[in-house]
Design a binder for this molecule. Sequence first.
Ligand SMILES: Cc1cc2nc3c(=O)[nH]c(=O)nc-3n(C[C@H](O)[C@H](O)[C@H](O)COP(=O)(O)OP(=O)(O)OC[C@H]3O[C@@H](n4cnc5c(N)ncnc54)[C@H](O)[C@@H]3O)c2cc1C
Length: 502
Amino acid sequence: MPHYDTLIIGSGSAGGILAARLSEDESHRVLLLEAGPDYTSAESLPDDLRYGFGTPSGIFSVTHDWGYNATSTPAAPPIAIPRGRVIGGSSTVNATIFLRGIPEDFAHWVALGNDRWSWEAVLPYYRKIESDQDFHDEFHGSDGPIPVGRYGPEEWPEDQRAWYAACLAAGYPESPDMNRPGTTGVGPYPLNSRSRVRYSTALAYLLPARGRPNLTIRGNALVQRICFDGVRATGVEAVIDGGLEQISAGRVILCAGAIASPQLLMLSGVGPADHLHSLDIPVLLDRPGVGETLRDHPTAGLLWRVRSDFPANNSAHFHQVGLRYTASGSEFFNDMIVYFGVRPAEQTLFVRPTINLTLSAGRLRLTSTDVSVQPSLNYDYYSHPFDRQRQREAIRLCIALLDYPDFEKIVRAPLQHPGDALEDDDALDRWILRHADTGHHSSSTCKMGRESDPLAVVDQSGKVYGTEGLWVVDASILPETVRANINATVLMLAEKIADWLT
Ligand SMILES: Cc1cc2nc3c(=O)[nH]c(=O)nc-3n(C[C@H](O)[C@H](O)[C@H](O)COP(=O)(O)OP(=O)(O)OC[C@H]3O[C@@H](n4cnc5c(N)ncnc54)[C@H](O)[C@@H]3O)c2cc1C
């Protein structure tokens, strides 16, 4: 049997970085297993993976997706939860908004018992991952693998210019550098795409590492479970190119993401004992937090039909200008973000007011012992009244912003809009619950925290409590979400933990 020092499950945002960093030591043999296909060069990437936008399928890859469905609220039809199933994982299919968490997020992480994750401790790793094209100071990195840039006002399409002007006219401040601590208001998103190419971990981290003899990357490798000797992880069982293999390793790092990592832990006997018993899975370790505290950034989106004479720009990124603000009565700075843009193929204008720090949380549970059957996902969005209150305010605010005169020559008619329900809180709540949707930022299903916290699954280095030789490093270990799109934070987290594991 082949033997590796480190076996990594999943080559997404986190797994790609760990594989690249740990294999920098030539004497350390690393195996990276990825369920989706491997593309070994930039040229071989299909267009929907190569470009973050401006492809016929729009922003999401339909060809390399896990196809998950979820319950968003009891009143809404099932929603799709896209996740990349390909080398680079979700970093290969995402929208490339490269916003960081804010210092207040990390103060909260520390308060939850994670004192090694203060803002001062994470800033060097946010800098390490990036090469910012526009800002060069103590907050930004200049020689990291991921290029980060912004569209300037002279490049913005007409709809983004109108949005920017409407936000300024409503009194929101300008925010030219959204990754600077303390900033709020409207400004250009930092994006990790250049010349339309999306800089995933497959491109930015794995491609330069591929020639190393001590790094083995295997695509089409679906891990079924982690193998243990007592409580020590010794390897995995995986179906690779159709054949079942058992592979041993000195240590196992689970990087399968916020949905598949808790799924694999439970399939391997680590999780809530009563739930595992109900599926006849032998319990190795009772960890009630596995699959709990499922976080996301929920939205209830608005849609308008665009005028037929409005020029479609097929090569512009949908998201160029963003708005962040703090909801009325909220103690959480920048707890709201609004995505805005025109989808030329559909001739629609979307406005997605989104809560970046919710008080509601959901849950993930197995429905089968077969890894290819998705777990049940219940996000339970807006179950907390303050989340509904903030969403109501956001919807009213966005509709008011669309009254700005510059939109007259862009917008034709509403397509998804609360109409009369706007006037009544209960009616608007019902509309929100029917239209609740994902912000694509699932996290915290194996969260980091004190061992005494019954819902904590891993310690501050990602090591699974109660086991030996097993780590989880990906979006699932965020102790709490951050007030930003989470990819940059997952990359930062992987870089930081890689430093401890080398
Ligand atoms: C459509 C979409 C748009 C998004 N837009 C943005 C954005 O603009 N900005 C932002 O910051 N964030 C965005 N995100 C979120 C962000 O990309 C993810 O949160 C982040 O990539 C998660 O990283 P991860 O390492 O936890 O998981 P992933 O990157 O999802 O990696 C998990 C990997 O594990 C593999 N895997 C899973 N199960 C198995 C198994 N059993 N065996 C082997 N391999 C397995 C998967 O195929 C995948 O490659 C978006 C996400 C999506 C889906």
